[in-house]
Structure formats: structure tokens, C-alpha cells
Design a protein around this ligand. Structure first.
Ligand SMILES: [Zn+2]
Length: 311
């Protein structure tokens, strides 16, 4: 049975502690329920002398060299938001205040899985009015050098990604993922950040990646993987790039109905693609998001959603 999909928020306040990848400092992230049509908004609770609210939107993105950084008009920023954004995208969370007591989200295990577990530990509630989505109407593409990021019309949401690295540990890999709340956990959420040993050493020399370790990233040295436990997936690297793209695209402010195609793409190109999409009003339209639910549970779902929205 096809029904309009409810907006969702977290059912209760929940938090997770970790360290920032670049600062190496402890940081706590607390999710708070938010009303419908609120969107996802970061709040730097350690900043009290200026506007500390930072909407999770593509046009707030500034630096995308190493991670995705959001900045508000008062110059207050929060970095490394992409894995939490991917968890929100994957689980269809629309409205939440993300309290962060420092400049950077915790890296945790380098994947989105700890964020997914945090959200699932409190469950979600449906809200009215229904969710709206951005339907892609024509192909939009961003290119730089040999890298490509594109969006095409599609019935659902899918990511096609290809990477091509000289290191034989990473290699050329192609992945194609149909993303739903059911498939996200198995396909992408556990894929970890990766980097090269020489890059990590260079970043450290500049005072970055101070929290980085083999506990929160896959580190590649030449053709070898340094992590003693090896990989979680045979093609973990391309899955992580798809996870990053999922998080970056959710900065559109609504879920996308379309197919993302990435070739060696990264945070900067993913962000440029969103700017190009929104600059072309004929390339997309808002539609009501729908979901396919078992006929039996449909009525119960609708009642639960309405009840939650009216609380
Ligand atoms: Zn990442």
C-alpha cells in the first residue's frame, strides 16, 4: 500500500561521546526532537556570545578539502558533519537539533554506524505534514579534471559510484546502491573513512588528524592495509565514498528522488553539484514523499504518525 510518508524526528533526547578527527578533543553530540518543517540544525552549545545555530544546508558549506564544514553568518562553524548527515538520510530523519559542544563532530569508528545505533536506541516519531522530496527532472552534472558528480531522474534514490586508485589495496571499484531505510544499514552505514599513511603524517605535521587512529579509519600504506582487522567489506572504500555522497546530498534540505552518479567525486564536487541543481529551476521539483507499507500495518502507521504529530 502506497501512503504519504510522514516527516520524522527522534523520539527523545540522546547523545554520543567521542573525539574529533582533526582536533583530537573530546566532543559530545546530543540529538533533540524538533517540530515538523524544522529541518536539521546544528547548535554549537559551547558558543554563547554569537548566533550558534547552523542549518544543515548546502549553501552553508564552506571548506570541503578534508571534510564537510558548515558555517553560519556569524562565522560559527561545525565540521565533519557528513557521516551523521548520512545516518539522517539513510534513516529518513527530517527534523532534529544537533547539539555539539565543540567545533567538530566525533569521528567514532569512522563510519555512520554508531550514529545509526544512537538514533535507533530512541526510535523515531512521525510528524505532519507529510515529508516532501526533491524530484530530479533532468540530468545535472558537475565536472572537475576527470572527476564527475551527476544527478539523473529515477523512481527511487540510488547511488552509482566508481573509484580508481593507484594503490592496489583500494584499486578501481564500482558500486551501485539502491538506498532505502531497510537497505542502508547493510549497504553503507558501516563503511569506514580511509586515508593514506603519508597523508595522515602530513596532516599531523600541520596539527590536523590529531584524533586519527586505526580505530577510526582504514589507513593504506602503498598497496597494504595497515589495520590488523582488515576490511569490513571487500569494497569498503567505494561504499564509504557512497556514504559520504549520501550525507553531502542530504544537505539539499530534503531527500532526493533520483540517481547520483559519482566518478572519483568528493565533498567539494558533491556540493558544487547541489549548487548547480538549485541554480536550474527546471531541473527539479518538490513532490510529496511516499512509502510502500504492508497493507496491514498501514492504518496503524497512519494513526501512530498522526498521534505523534498531535502530541
Ligand atoms: Zn567520510
Amino acid at each position: 500500500m502506497i501512503v504519504l510518508e510522514a516527516q520524522k524526528t527522534v523520539a527523545a533526547r540522546v547523545h554520543i561521546d567521542g573525539v574529533g578527527l582533526h582536533t583530537g578533543k573530546p566532543v559530545r553530540v546530543t540529538l533533540l526532537p524538533a517540530p515538523s518543517d524544522h529541518g536539521i540544525v546544528f547548535r554549537r552549545s559551547d558558543v554563547t556570545d554569537r548566533d550558534n545555530l547552523i542549518p544543515a544546508r548546502f549553501d552553508q558549506v564552506q571548506d570541503t578539502q578534508l571534510c564537510t564544514v558548515l558555517v553560519n553568518g556569524a562565522g560559527v562553524s561545525v565540521r565533519t558533519v557528513e557521516h551523521l548527515m548520512a545516518a539522517f538520510a539513510g534513516l529518513h530523519i527530517d527534523n532534529v537539533v544537533v547539539d555539539v559542544d565543540g567545533p567538530e563532530l566525533p569521528i567514532l569508528d569512522g563510519s555512520a554506524e554508531p550514529f545509526v545505533r544512537m538514533i535507533e536506541s530512541v526510535a523515531t516519531v512521525g510528524q505532519r505534514p507529510p515529508r516532501r522530496a526533491i524530484k530530479i527532472l533532468k540530468r545535472i552534472e558537475a565536472r572537475v579534471d576527470d572527476k564527475l558528480a551527476a544527478l539523473e531522474p529515477d523512481d527511487g534514490f540510488a547511488i552509482d559510484f566508481e573509484i580508481d586508485f593507484e594503490s592496489r589495496a583500494i584499486d578501481r571499484r564500482v558500486g551501485s546502491y539502491e538506498i532505502t531505510p531497510e537497505s542502508f544499514g547493510d549497504l553503507l552505514s558501516g563503511a569506514r573513512t580511509f586515508g593514506f599513511r603519508h597523508e595522515v603524517e602530513f596532516l599531523r605535521s600541520r596539527g590536523l588528524a590529531l584524533g586519527g587512529s586505526l580505530d577510526n579509519a582504514v589507513v593504506v600504506d602503498g598497496d597494504a592495509i595497515m589495520n590488523p582487522e582488515g576490511l569490513r567489506f571487500d569494497d569498503e572504500f567505494v561504499r564509504h565514498k557512497a556514504l559520504d555522497a549520501l550525507g553531502d546530498l542530504y544537505l539539499a534540505g530534503a531527500p532526493i528522488i533520483g540517481r547520483f552518479i559519482g566518478y572519483k567525486s568528493g565533498h567539494a564536487l558533491n556540493n558544487r553539484l547541489l549548487h548547480m541543481l538549485f541554480a536550474d529551476r527546471s531541473a527539479w521539483t518538490y513532490v510529496a514523499a511516499v512509502e510502500d507499507v504492508p497493507a496491514q500495518s498501514g492504518a496503524a502507521w497512519a494513526e501512530a504518525g498522526v498521534a505523534a504529530a498531535e502530541r
